[in-house]
Design a protein around this ligand. Structure first.
Ligand SMILES: Cc1cc2nc3c(=O)[nH]c(=O)nc-3n(C[C@H](O)[C@H](O)[C@H](O)COP(=O)(O)OP(=O)(O)OC[C@H]3O[C@@H](n4cnc5c(N)ncnc54)[C@H](O)[C@@H]3O)c2cc1C
Length: 423
């Protein structure tokens, strides 16, 4: 009963880059920490991301996903941090300062384990066709981009000969290139919005470099085929509604979906952890602690990140403070809300604990693409930060660092605002 019998200071759920970074950080702050991972290997989604481009910020190198994950797996191994594989968290309850986790694995069956601090690093899941209301039959050949990636890169199967990709999220763009390299005919990428929802570098490197057309303000309105996809109908849209007369039939055997990611947090629902409707992740302070003391969140479970470097960064923070929380006991938080204003779509964290005298990283996304953007962080009418961004785009997450000491005492809220600057 190796997992159940220990008194853990911190238990991390999820052995992806966020979970592994948080376990390493917690260990380095003196906590007795373990990682619970449901799959048979650690590394999370990075195991199937064999393209390069990971780690440019953190390691100043262009690594593949498995290479990036390997660095964190090695860090955990060097520290002898137990990573329990094929282990699944099924429930979590709280009583008298202790979380009880209901777990299942082959070695120990169904059992319980306890810790005063738990880091939630379960990543995110892909939205499916059911969530984007595509009409028509339900033949085989409709799959998410992540599943297509799993088939090709992990299982060695080719899931499509001629396909249409719906949605221009990063995974869809990456899969457009991957499918092309593997010999499939990618007819085009269709995006309902007037601009791509993935990173510009992926539009250039994955579509333009391979002459794969990107059709903006266009969507799939119908799927055809009984047993296997035989074709789809696409149409241009206005205000998200198909424009009559613009329909076009495309013959294909697969429809690949890249229509958004949802942070994976169902498991913490019984704890009634307050959630942010914009990020679909928990509301946290700058130490990645949720509104439930002792529950921390990081990586894609907190909010969907575009770069893994920031996933690991949030893991570092969550692990460090989870260790402090469990070993030093809790301190009284003084939470000041952080409000998004102007063209800021969302901010993480949603609160700053002004009783923690650290430098707080605020992550944000703009609600639209524009140039000459000025970001200000204000408290009690005092400007704490003013920073210019040449261009901001919703797919590209930005960050600023706020010195908590600079927040005036008694501040009722902190306002993060993006505006277009006059030239
Ligand atoms: C196709 C694709 C391409 C990408 N390309 C890039 C890129 O080029 N550059 C870049 O920087 N970033 C890229 N990213 C983003 C990056 O991979 C992710 O941001 C990062 O992997 C998220 O890390 P995570 O640890 O939060 O989640 P994940 O990597 O998803 O890990 C979560 C882990 O939690 C486990 N888990 C979940 N629930 C439970 C449970 N109940 N019990 C036990 N274990 C559980 C899962 O099995 C998983 O291993 C890409 C992502 C994808 C999907």
């Amino acid at each position: 009963m190796e997992l159940a019998s220990k008194n853990w200071d911190v238990i991390v759920i999820g052995g992806g880059p966020a979970g592994l970074a948080s376990a390493v950080a917690a260990h380095d702050r003196g906590a007795k920490v373990c990682v619970i991972e449901r799959e048979e290997r650690p590394g999370g989604i990075l195991k199937q991301c064999i393209h390069d481009g990971f780690g440019v910020v953190r390691f100043k190198e262009k690594l593949t996903g498995p290479e990036y994950a390997h660095r964190f797996i090695e860090m955990a191994r060097e520290r002898n941090i137990p990573v329990f594989l094929n282990s699944f968290l099924t429930d979590i309850t709280y009583k008298d300062g202790m979380y009880t986790l209901a777990l299942v694995n082959n070695d120990e069956g169904a059992f319980y384990s306890n810790a005063p601090a738990v880091v939630m690093a379960m990543g995110c899941r892909e939205r499916t066709d059911r969530q984007v209301f595509i009409q028509g039959e339900r033949p085989s050949g409709i799959m998410t981009a992540g599943l297509a990636q799993y088939f090709i890169n992990i299982q060695g199967f080719m899931p499509a000969k001629k396909c249409v990709i719906l949605g221009s999220g990063d995974i869809g763009l990456i899969m457009a290139r991957r499918l092309t390299l593997e010999g499939a005919d990618v007819e085009g990428v269709y995006e309902i919005l007037p601009e791509p929802s993935g990173l510009t570098r992926n539009v250039v490197q994955c579509l333009e470099d391979y002459n794969i057309p990107l059709h903006l303000s266009t969507t799939v309105t119908e799927v055809h085929g009984k047993n296997r996809v035989e074709g789809v109908t696409v149409a241009q849209v206005e205000n998200f509604k198909p424009i009559p007369g613009t329909e076009r039939y495309i013959e294909c055997d697969s429809l690949i979906l890249s229509v958004g990611l949802i942070p994976e947090n169902d498991i913490i629902e019984p704890l009634k952890v307050p959630m942010d409707p914009k990020t679909k992740g928990p509301v946290v302070d700058q130490n990645m602690m949720t509104m439930n003391p002792g529950i921390f969140s990081c990586g894609n479970a907190l909010h969907v990140n575009d770069l893994v470097d920031f996933v690991s960064e949030s893991g570092d923070i969550a692990g460090e403070y989870a260790a402090k929380f469990s070993t030093n006991g809790t301190h009284k938080r003084n939470l000041v809300p952080v409000r998004a204003e102007g063209k800021v779509m969302y901010v993480v964290p949603q609160y700053l604990d002004v009783n923690t005298k650290n430098k707080a990283t605020i992550y944000f996304r703009s609600s639209e693409t524009f140039t000459n953007a000025r970001l200000t962080v204000t408290a009690e009418g005092e400007k704490i930060i003013s920073k210019k961004f040449r261009i901001v785009k919703p797919p590209e997450m930005e960050r600023v660092v706020v010195d908590i000491d600079k927040i005036p005492e008694g501040a009722g809220e902190i306002i993060v605002e993006l505006k277009q600057e006059e030239k």
